[in-house]
Design a protein around this ligand. Sequence first.
Ligand SMILES: Cc1cc2nc3c(=O)[nH]c(=O)nc-3n(C[C@H](O)[C@H](O)[C@H](O)COP(=O)(O)OP(=O)(O)OC[C@H]3O[C@@H](n4cnc5c(N)ncnc54)[C@H](O)[C@@H]3O)c2cc1C
Length: 436
Amino acid sequence: MSRIKIIGAGLAGSECAFGLARRGHHVDLFEMRPVKPTAAHQTANLAELVCSNSFRSSAITNAVGLLKAEMAMLDSLVIRCGTEARVPAGDAFAVDRDRFSAAVTSAIGDQANITLRRDEVTNLDRGDYDFLVLATGPLTSQPLFDSINDFLGRDGLYFYDAIAPILAADSLDMSKLYWKSRYGKGSATDYLNAPMTQREYEEFVAALLSAEIFAPHDFEKAAHFEGCLPVEEIASRGIDTLRFGPMKPVGLEHPVTGERPHAVVQLRKEDLSDDYFNIVGFQTKMKVPEQKRVIAMIPGLENAVFARFGSMHRNTFINGPRHLRATFQAKKDDHVFFAGQITGVEGYVESSAVGLLVARYIDELSHGTPATPLPFHTALGALGRHVSESNPDRYQPSNVTWALIEDVIGRCKKIEKRERQVAAALESVRAICGAA
Ligand SMILES: Cc1cc2nc3c(=O)[nH]c(=O)nc-3n(C[C@H](O)[C@H](O)[C@H](O)COP(=O)(O)OP(=O)(O)OC[C@H]3O[C@@H](n4cnc5c(N)ncnc54)[C@H](O)[C@@H]3O)c2cc1C
């Protein structure tokens, strides 16, 4: 059996420690709270939910619903404690946050194989442990942040995420859009363009400026990088600033009329699927209903269905595709794993899921077998796909979405397709993991 050092007893670290301990491994679990607090956590409990109390949809045809079902099949501690602490919330899986983290804390305390150490860890020294797991989350303490940065090297670790909305391709009105890359460079079908007249543009800018936005937390008030401003902040700098920035029409003349629109919104294919488009340069702090209202003003996007809403917030995460394998091992050192939100997954459920997977992969290695990533058509496997196969130059944290889950079904009606994808994913998890 192996000895493992896990840093961070949040959702991912607790899930990982529990998964290893119940397989007979010995875990030292380091948690800095309450000795050193974070800017968001309020208690000393393990797996504290820092904001909402929701694990999101429980519908199995929703990607996060499927993820939870797969986790339950693998005996996830977070799903078990979440089920015990569940409160009525319609379709959502919501929990009583105090009961939830008290249940996780007590389950970890009951495991003889886990020693909980209330200490801040400031470096990646593995000592005589067989494996090291970094699960310190979006608010990783500064000394450890610096050590991870040194370990990964240039372009390894980020401080902020800036997410533009992602839209379902089949919800776009193609009669108003056209394919074209700027100046005709690159593939002709990399970008869709939504042209705007002057009047449409001015109304759009006015809507952006009046949209309600999320107020930043105190610890998020750092200046944004100039190259990555929220779209509404660019708009606030002058009526034409967007037209000289992400909505620049130059080189995007209409392929049929040859006319140059007043402004253009570009949509780029998501890396892992042709079914979804990202709105280029539209990272935003607008509240969700405002995103729906304002984006619907873009010609062709009137009925757009959001696969993911835009956001910008403080978040420590590493450039997964540059530094991680699909098993969440560091490419630099197979004995070092990352787990949770620091890998570039987003959300309570996804972070816990990575902890669950890392426990499984460490167990495989401990038995002398290679760590084998779950197939990418499962929701669990899709998280490994996201962190290892996304484009490293545009890597941003992501919730699990159908855009990340490999499509093994092909074209058919959407409801039928989702049902078949769910069946295939659950069947694979059952077969591979021997789950009940
Ligand atoms: C302000 C805020 C609001 C959020 N709201 C939501 C939300 O509503 N819904 C949602 O799904 N997600 C939300 N998130 C994201 C959420 O934090 C993650 O989904 C989830 O908590 C990540 O799990 P994790 O285990 O990776 O990190 P965490 O749960 O943050 O756990 C990391 C643990 O590591 C500890 N730690 C850090 N550095 C060290 C160190 N050097 N040594 C020892 N211990 C250390 C921390 O104290 C913490 O307990 C929010 C994040 C923030 C910052």
